[in-house]
Design a binder for this molecule. Structure first.
Ligand code: AMP
Ligand code: ZN
Length: 150
């Protein structure tokens, strides 16, 4: 197997390689998961590919399946252990979206009723025509072949 990208200055590369300690909750040949040091809620975990890929856009397609499988397994383990009724999976990509560590990762945030963690505000498009026009522009620019209209 070709060697994976590694960034000696990246804190998650250091965690995955064991250079700095972590509260590991899961690992396999492709993925490493550990508890977030500043948890949003009890059991907040991070699931990361072993390779250093800065954002989702850099992640090779072949890495996705292992990551999704690990995400499901860790989320299930958190549901069992932490007494939570559900969880949020969040991935911040690029600084403007709040990404601080540029090594792609999923946050799994266990949720319980009344935990006070607020939901994101829901906005509104001015009208369906504007929403439809935006969808059309997105898929035309990316040359995505898909249907659907509003
Ligand atoms: P993000 O803002 O999506 O890049 O999230 C990075 C996350 O990494 C934050 O929630 C931090 O609390 C977490 N973090 C940073 N350093 C460590 C560490 N050494 N061990 C565990 N979690 C960490
Ligand atoms: Zn890294």
């Amino acid at each position: 197997m070709p060697s994976r990208p590694f960034d000696a200055d990246c804190i998650f590369c250091k965690i995955v390689s064991g250079t700095i300690p972590s509260a590991c909750v899961y690992e396999d040949a492709d993925v490493y998961a550990f508890l977030d040091i500043n948890p949003i809620s009890r059991g907040h975990a991070l699931v990361v590919p072993r390779g250093h890929y800065p954002t989702l856009l850099d992640l090779p397609a072949g890495e996705g399946e292992a990551l999704l499988s690990a995400l499901r397994r860790v989320a299930g383990a958190l549901m069992a252990e932490c007494g939570c009724g559900g969880f949020n999976c969040i991935s911040n990509n690029f600084g403007v979206a709040g990404q601080v560590v540029p090594h792609f990762h999923w946050h799994i945030v266990p949720r319980v009723d009344g935990d006070g963690l607020s939901a994101w505000p829901g906005g509104k498009y001015k009208d369906n025509a504007g929403m439809g026009q935006l969808a059309k522009s997105i898929k035309e620019r990316a040359a995505f072949d898909c249907g659907g209209s509003i």
